[in-house]
Design a protein around this ligand. Structure first.
Ligand code: C5P
Length: 399
């Protein structure tokens, strides 16, 4: 059954962005019910919201004359997550004080599911100590607060107070709907290509987009893990909620991963690390007349191989291998040579697999010798399957 989201909309200018938020949620197969304050109806029409949500919109406490007072309890009872976006200082204050004097505040006083509040207001209102105290009251009572973004505000001021973009709110809602089965796990993911400089403007790299590693980091964070993402230059955005450590070269990736390795439970190395770097990169741009016909290369450190040697018994190590020939034999060799718990193998010559696409076709090679061939599927789904196996491995090690 589709998860049910209650979207409360209050009377701030950012309410004009809420039909787009509703669209994003319905596209993710959520059933959205909107409840508005009277002021909100001045900024966005109930008709628009009813059309995009494909549900009746609620804003009048006395609309249902036959069964007055029942509607708000029914609305509050039926939802999996309840969100207020935008949330004005007024409504935040009322909810923090337990005041329920219209349909929206009455419904939100009755909900028992996870709640997400997205404050949006003028920067000086947001910084007002009374507003801050009220936000903290809600936070301490277990409600989730999505901090407003900083930037240009409709009132002409610049500062914090902007409602986060609908895409950000939708991701946060998806996270609240996802069971936190990886809570307590500290997972380090590497992603993307590395860039190995020839001179200050030129470099050697590969076709990795970072999509696979980013999908793993994103799903792990959504499932409650504490995620660090050490990534080369990504073609996609780094996910919310992760500690993103951007790097360029394999050596930088090596340094950042080694610093953190003792403090993590799991490492998933999805990065396409360059095996070699130019041996004599220059600090000044090479002149055309000086460019030699051959580039001498020296090997980069193999990060995963080093981790395999250092790994504690309670740590799980997952590697990737992208191959074009003799795929299985090479994959099995790497699993052993690098002392991995699992290797995710893909034949990048297959359409729909490997670099820079949204799907992947993988085979899991386990330390035990067991192997699992997966069908073509979105990288997000591959990420979840990898994390399911990581979870089982960790359970076996720590219990
Ligand atoms: O040996 P190969 O490069 O195919 O192994 C791929 C796996 O090893 C990936 O998980 C990749 O992130 C990792 N790797 C590494 N350091 C390197 C090269 C690859 O950690 N220098």
């Amino acid at each position: 059954m589709s998860p049910s989201v209650l979207l409360g909309i209050t009377g701030g200018i950012a309410a004009y962005k809420t039909p787009w938020l509703v669209r994003l949620l319905t596209q993710s197969d959520m059933d959205v019910r909107c409840v508005l304050t009277q002021a909100a109806t001045q900024f966005v029409t109930p008709l628009t919201l009813a059309t995009v949500s494909n549900n009746p919109v609620h804003y009048d406490m006395w609309a249902n004359r036959d069964r007055p007072g029942v509607e708000h309890i029914a609305l509050a009872d039926e939802v999996d997550v309840a969100v207020i976006a935008p949330a004005t200082a007024n409504v935040i204050g009322k909810l923090a004080a337990g005041i329920a004097d219209d349909l929206l505040t009455t419904v939100f006083t009755a909900v028992r599911c996870p709640v997400l509040i997205c404050p949006a207001m003028n920067v000086n209102m947001f910084r007002n100590p009374i507003v801050q105290r009220n936000i903290n009251t809600l936070r301490e009572l277990g409600w989730n607060i999505l901090e407003p973004a900083a930037g240009w505000l409709a009132c002409g001021w610049v500062g914090e107070g902007r409602m986060p973009e609908p895409e950000v709110i939708a991701e946060e809602i998806r996270r609240l709907l996802t069971p936190a089965d990886l809570a307590g796990e500290r997972i380090l993911v590497t992603a993307g290509p590395t860039e190995e400089p020839l001179d200050p403007v030129r470099f050697i790299t590969n076709r990795s987009s970072g999509k696979m590693g980013v999908a793993i980091a994103q799903r792990a964070a959504m499932r409650g893990a504490d995620v660090t993402l050490v990534a080369g230059p990504l073609k996609v955005q780094a996910p919310q909620w992760v500690t993103h450590i951007p790097v360029r070269t394999a050596q930088e990736m090596y340094d950042r991963v080694m610093e953190r390795f003792p403090d993590v439970d799991v490492v998933i190395k999805a990065a396409a690390v360059a095996d070699f770097r130019p041996g004599n990169s220059t600090l000044e741009k090479l002149e055309k007349s000086n460019i030699r016909p051959t580039i001498e290369v020296v090997p980069n450190p193999d990060i995963l191989m080093t981790l395999g040697g250092l790994k504690r018994d309670d740590q799980v190590l997952v590697g990737f291998a992208a191959e074009t020939t003799d795929v299985l034999r090479k994959g099995r060799g790497k699993l052993k040579a690098k002392n991995l718990d699992m290797l995710v193998l893909n034949d990048v010559t297959k359409p729909g697999a490997g670099f820079d696409c949204d799907t992947n076709i993988v085979r899991f090679l386990h330390r035990s010798g067991e192997e699992e061939q997966m069908d073509i599927m979105p990288k997000e789904q591959v990420a979840d399957l990898i994390l399911d196996r990581v979870k089982a491995l960790r359970k076996g090690l720590v219990s």
